[in-house]
Ligand binder design. Structure first.
Ligand SMILES: Nc1ncnc2c1ncn2[C@@H]1O[C@H](COP(=O)(O)OP(=O)(O)OP(=O)(O)O)[C@@H](O)[C@H]1O
Length: 147
């Protein structure tokens, strides 16, 4: 199944087009080498996140729900619904989602610069010195995204 949503809302005129689509499980398995451990980018409360590449060469990050429950299903729906409606320079862009059987996957643009945590306290903290001006700009950017 393939689906595209384009916002023709007046308020969005002049802004970036809101477009996402439904992915098949097969397509995401292909893109991530069947959710190979080597493709794993990290893990959050929802589940593991995998790097992948689509047939058109674009890079994606696929968040895979670790175990199905009503609560997880609700979190999945809320995240997809909100991200499908908003586009902001400080928010990750939703590429789409997949819901097949008990599999729930959310597809985002792949972000190359790793997480803020890794820059602040992780393996990159030594080489990437974040001065206070940059830290303030990051905090303001994050606050703008939340707002
Ligand atoms: N779009 C992305 N591009 C690149 N890496 C990503 C992307 N999304 C997530 N990751 C990686 O996967 C890790 C886990 O992401 P995830 O969003 O699941 O967790 P979280 O935000 O830390 O926690 P929670 O799921 O509890 O909100 C991140 O720390 C990051 O390293």
């Amino acid at each position: 199944m393939f689906c595209c949503v384009k916002s023709s809302d007046r308020k969005n005129q002049g802004k970036k087009e809101v477009t996402w689509r439904i992915f098949s499980l097969k397509e995401l398995q292909l893109a991530t080498n069947n959710f190979n451990y080597d493709n794993k980018l990290g893990e959050g409360g929802f589940g593991s996140v995998y790097w992948g590449q689509l047939w058109d060469g674009s890079q994606i990050a696929v968040k895979r729900l670790k175990s199905w429950s009503n609560k997880a299903e609700m979190e999945f729906s809320v995240e997809v619904e909100i991200l499908a409606r908003v586009r902001h320079k400080n928010l990750l862009t939703l590429r789409g989602y997949c819901a097949e059987g008990q599999e729930r996957l959310i597809v985002y643009d792949y972000m190359t610069n790793l997480s803020l945590l890794s820059h602040l306290h992780g393996q990159h903290s030594a080489e990437c010195h974040l001065d206070w001006t940059r830290r303030m700009n990051i905090a303001i950017g994050a606050a703008e995204g939340i707002a």
